[in-house]
Design a protein around this ligand. Structure first.
Ligand code: HEM
Length: 498
């Protein structure tokens, strides 16, 4: 009997040993980092700490390039602009992959653009950039799309003057309409039921996933942990409904492709390219209806929440910092006045406004983590980076590094101005990331941020609702960093003067 027990214990130990040898990731030659527990590493830290605080805490101990075991993987973390550039720019071909097995990749299935790889990613990205350039990305014509929606947004805001107003929904509908108009050629009237449904469903999808969180490293719990939440059923149904809606839109575009009066949106350009490839007899094309459906779906997801969150941080700081708001308004009065609409070109003469937006990008770190992967074993800074590692660019950590910024917790646009009041750009602000995977919509996002900030400030003073505290800077860490909901009261500038 005793022998049986001893045998079982010994057997258990042998199994444990084998598991350790087989499953424990090989960290030889990798960047330094904590040892953690066998087989799980530091995984359980992520149960009580969000990923961005966790990654930043470790960088204080192990430096800007380190590795940490999370479950059965050793993840490489880049915590400085230097290492982000070394990996994503200098070795752009190697580190332009996306890690497989994350919650996001489970949802996005390697299709579309943001989660795609290899040829699908390369050709989709090249084509999308090409069409966006044709739209005049970064030039006047994109501004026309932006200003069209901004007008409706200002009208919606006008109805809320003097009352507590949570701007989130009106902002989201306008921003979505910009992308919608450019990509599928349609616009929704403000308050439209379909539009509300799309906005809700897109925003909800992103709150379901924490980009660097616990579930990414526990494949066996990933499905249960993500999809057994009450809102997951709704999100799942909405995704199916959304893709079905896109399929119908694709058909509608196909039916009118030869119509001389048709529009010039992205979907038409894609279908024309698809037809051209078919004419040339290409059989291995990536320009399929299915890829188009996922690509458009991606653009809505990445184009909506990021911009809305940026603007919500902007408005939040106007409420928290009345002196900063006043200084911004003085610059608007001096450069634009009140008789004309702001133009994106005005920014060139508005360094304080530019510094404010840059500080929002730093403080808010809207997309806090950039997750990349490498298909082959390589070296970084003399360290071994094994094949198919997960490489996390900790954008938030860089933006909040006290060695770089001194007082990162304070919101100070002045940190981007020199003694003459001119804008000073910093290589340490990397809100749109760097390298081949950098944000494809940066120019659009910058125009949106400038126009929606200045046009609102030109017309209204932002105040905290009576009896309430200024909104807090606490946030929810999903794929984006979202400030908690807040209300504001808008006062019309002219009414104030009267
Ligand atoms: C302020 C707003 C925005 C911020 C802060 C932002 C930031 C980012 C970041 C950090 C990435 C990841 C880069 C990486 O993995 O290294 C990204 C990717 C991407 N962004 Fe943005 N973004 C914004 C707005 C937009 C808009 C408006 C669009 C388009 C309508 C867009 C389209 C994309 C796409 C398609 C990708 C994936 C690129 C790829 O994987 O090749 N983004 N963005």
């Amino acid at each position: 009997m005793e022998l049986t027990w001893v045998t079982m214990v010994l057997l258990g130990l042998v199994v444990m040993l084998i598991l350790l040898v087989v499953l424990q990731p090989d960290s030889r030659g990798m960047p330094p980092g904590p040892k953690g527990l066998p087989l799980v590493g530091n995984l359980f830290d992520l149960l009580w700490e969000d990923s961005i605080t966790f990654f930043s805490r470790l960088s204080k101990e192990y430096g800007p390039l380190y590795s940490v075991q999370l479950g059965l993987r050793r993840v490489v973390v880049l915590n400085s602009s230097h290492w982000l550039t070394q990996a994503f720019v200098r070795q752009g071909d190697m580190f332009n992959h996306r890690p497989r097995g994350t919650v996001l990749s489970f949802i996005m299935r390697g299709k579309g653009i943001a989660d795609a790889e290899d040829r699908v990613w390369r050709e989709s990205r090249r084509f999308t950039l090409h069409v966006l350039r044709d739209f005049g990305m970064g030039k006047r014509s994109v501004e026309t799309y932006v200003n069209r929606e901004l007008q409706d947004f200002l009208e919606a805001a006008q109805e809320k003057v003097g009352k507590p107003y949570n701007v989130h929904y009106d902002l989201a509908t306008s921003v979505l309409n910009i992308v919608w108009h450019m990509f599928v050629g349609e616009r929704f009237p403000m308050g439209d039921k379909n539009l509300k449904w799309i906005v809700d469903s897109l925003e909800m999808s992103l709150t379901l996933v924490e980009q660097g969180g616990f579930l990414n490293y526990t494949p066996f719990l990933q499905f249960i942990g993500t999809f057994c939440k009450p809102k997951a059923v709704k999100v799942g149904r909405n995704v199916a409904h959304r893709l079905d809606y896109f399929t119908k839109l694709i058909q509608k575009h196909k039916d009118t492709l030869d119509d001389p009066d048709r529009g010039f949106d992205f979907m038409y350009q894609y279908l024309l390219h698809q037809r051209e490839e078919q004419r040339q007899g290409k059989t291995d094309t990536i320009f399929t209806d299915n890829q188009l459906m996922w690509l458009v779906s991606d653009m809505f997801i990445v184009g909506l929440d990021t911009t809305v969150t940026t603007l919500r941080w902007c408005y939040l700081f106007l409420l928290r910092e009345p002196q900063i708001q006043q200084r911004l308004y003085q610059e608007i009065e001096a450069v634009i006045g009140s008789d004309r609409f702001p133009t994106y070109e005005d920014r060139l003469r508005m360094p304080y406004t530019e510094a404010f937006i840059t500080e929002v990008f730093r403080f808010g770190s809207i997309t806090p983590l950039a997750l990349h992967g490498n298909p082959e074993e390589t070296q970084l800074g003399g360290y071994r980076i094994p094949k198919r590692s997960w490489v996390v660019g900790n954008i938030w950590g860089i933006h909040w590094d006290s060695k770089v910024w001194g007082d990162p917790e304070n919101f100070r646009p002045e940190r981007f101005l020199n003694d003459e009041g001119q804008l000073v750009r910093s290589e340490h602000v990397l809100a749109f990331s760097v390298g081949r995977r950098n944000c494809l919509g940066e120019s659009l996002a910058r125009i949106e941020a400038f126009q929606f900030l200045t046009a609102m400030l030109q017309k209204y003073e932002f105040t905290v609702p009576p009896g309430q505290d200024p909104p807090s800077t606490s946030f929810h860490c999903g794929v984006t960093l979202n400030p908690t909901e807040f209300n504001m009261v808008l006062k019309e500038r002219s009414a104030k003067a009267a």
